[in-house]
Design a protein around this ligand. Structure first.
Ligand code: PXL
Length: 459
């Protein structure tokens, strides 16, 4: 089979804790659809309290790793991370020069915990030998301070530093603004790109849980940038895409002690989940169309069935049937399944997930007393709420679900969540039954059982 993916190589240190270093890079490469290779320069022993131990890989071995992988013409783009010593920098610089591979230089100096990942007196070697060879340099503010000799406090300072660093020989400089005080960047996480012209990349700040220190964001950014550049994107597009990738990775990071370890797989997992959810709802709709007795439980307003992705936050994270499912003279008719097409079923699922995050799917059907009996006969946990008690200010489903859970637990003295929630309606509001489950297919299986019980009752 022919390999068509672009190939990106990281040259850097191992972070045994998995969030930064080459581990971050390789995960990022995979998530962005490029082939990832790695040349190891050092092994660190570190965790949430800092770096406990570290050893460089002998430069001869780094050289042979590089010769093996680049010499094979197997690399489209490179990123460099932790290089630690002057010898290592010179070795890497000589080989990158020899093979002429374009690279992103992430001038890693310290771990988030403050431990040194570059010897103090090696900075000049980095500036002299490696910096002039790179395509893009991605310092954070403290690194830009060291390289430029300036002290960045404002965006204007960052511009001066970027110009100075550009003059040292980096064609593109991206100063990451994470360390800038929020007040001076108008509350926006601002990165500065300079390639002869300036551009500011603004994003939202992420409020990390428990004020945790973010671990792995810098490595992930430069790795994502290298991946996007390898794919042929221009620098502005690549930088914006890398920033978005890091945003997603930080906002879905894992909290490990005091660290928020970025999650490079998040977006990939979410995309996979979206596909799974879409297919699941489509299958559920196919099953509904042939379910015995289904047409008779479609309410006046129509039925909808929906399912949310695991991390659902808004209606756009819930897939459902566009235009609902209706009973016509020609039979049951359903629109297309898509995300963000139903506000009603989406609201009830989101409301349920606040209480039971596993219950990601629901369907609404017509209320009859017999249907409720059939639900109970099918072994489902049933609860209800009274619309007459609905407060003006709260959204109906948020309140209704909360109320039904409260009513259930008060009566049953359990901590269970209901499978079925009904209400008897109000003026202008049709009474309604909602069946919840983990998947849309699971919900239809529950409904089929109910319809079977209902059918038995009628006969
Ligand atoms: O974030 C820079 C970095 C690079 N490389 C290694 C690291 C870190 C940060 O902790 O551990 C190996």
């Amino acid at each position: 089979m022919q390999l068509t993916r672009k190939r990106v190589l990281t040259i850097g240190g191992s972070d045994c804790s998995g969030g930064a270093g080459i581990q971050a890079d390789v995960k990022t490469f995979s998530a962005l659809g490029v082939y990832g290779a790695s040349v190891l320069t050092a092994v660190t022993a570190q965790n949430s309290s800092g770096v406990q131990d570290m050893q460089e890989v002998p430069v001869e071995l780094v050289k042979s790793q590089l010769e093996s992988i680049i010499g094979d013409r197997a690399v489209d783009y490179v990123k460099t991370g932790m290089l630690y010593s002057a010898m290592m920098i010179k070795t890497v610089a000589a080989l990158l020069k020899k093979y002429g591979v374009p690279f992103v230089l992430d001038p890693v100096m310290k771990a988030g915990s403050g431990s040194a990942l570059l010897e103090r007196d090696s900075v000049n070697t980095l500036i002299e030998h490696l910096l002039p060879l790179c395509q893009v340099l991605t310092p954070n503010v403290p690194e830009a301070n060291v390289i430029s000799g300036l002290k960045i406090k404002t965006l204007a300072d960052a511009r001066d530093a970027a110009i100075t660093i550009h003059e040292l020989g980096a064609p593109v400089v991206i100063i990451k603004g994470g360390h800038l005080k929020r007040e001076i960047v108008a509350g926006k996480a601002t990165d500065l790109i300079y390639d002869g012209d300036f551009e500011e990349l603004r994003g939202r700040y992420i409020k990390t849980k428990k004020g945790g220190i973010v671990h792995g964001a810098g490595c992930t950014f430069s790795a994502a940038l290298a991946a996007e550049l390898a794919k042929g994107k221009n620098i502005r597009v690549a930088a914006a895409s890398a920033k978005k990738f890091v945003y997603d990775a930080i906002s879905h990071g894992d909290l490990v002690s005091s660290l928020v370890v970025v999650n490079q797989a998040y977006r990939m997992r979410e995309d996979a989940d979206r596909y799974y959810v879409l297919e699941n709802v489509k299958e559920a709709v196919r099953m509904l169309k042939t379910a015995n007795g289904f047409a008779s439980v479609i309410p006046e307003v129509g039925t909808n069935i929906g399912m949310a992705i695991a991390d659902a936050k808004t209606e756009n994270d819930v897939a459902a049937v566009d235009g609902r499912i209706r009973s016509t003279i020609e039979g049951v008719r359903a629109g297309d399944v898509d995300f963000g097409v139903s506000s009603h079923v989406a609201r009830m699922i989101l409301a349920m997930m606040e209480h039971d995050s596993e219950k990601r799917s629901a369907i609404n059907v017509k209320y009859t007393p017999e249907l409720i009996v059939a639900c109970k006969q099918s072994g489902l946990i049933v609860s209800s709420f009274d619309r007459a008690k609905e407060p003006m200010r709260e959204a109906t489903m948020d309140w209704g679900v909360k109320e039904a859970i409260k009513n259930l637990n008060r009566k049953a003295l359990t901590k269970d969540f209901p499978d079925v929630i009904f209400d008897l309606g109000a003026i202008g509001k049709e009474p309604m039954v909602r069946i919840f489950g983990n998947t849309a297919v699971g919900v239809v299986l529950k409904l089929r059982k109910i319809l079977d019980a209902l059918g038995d009752g009628i006969e």
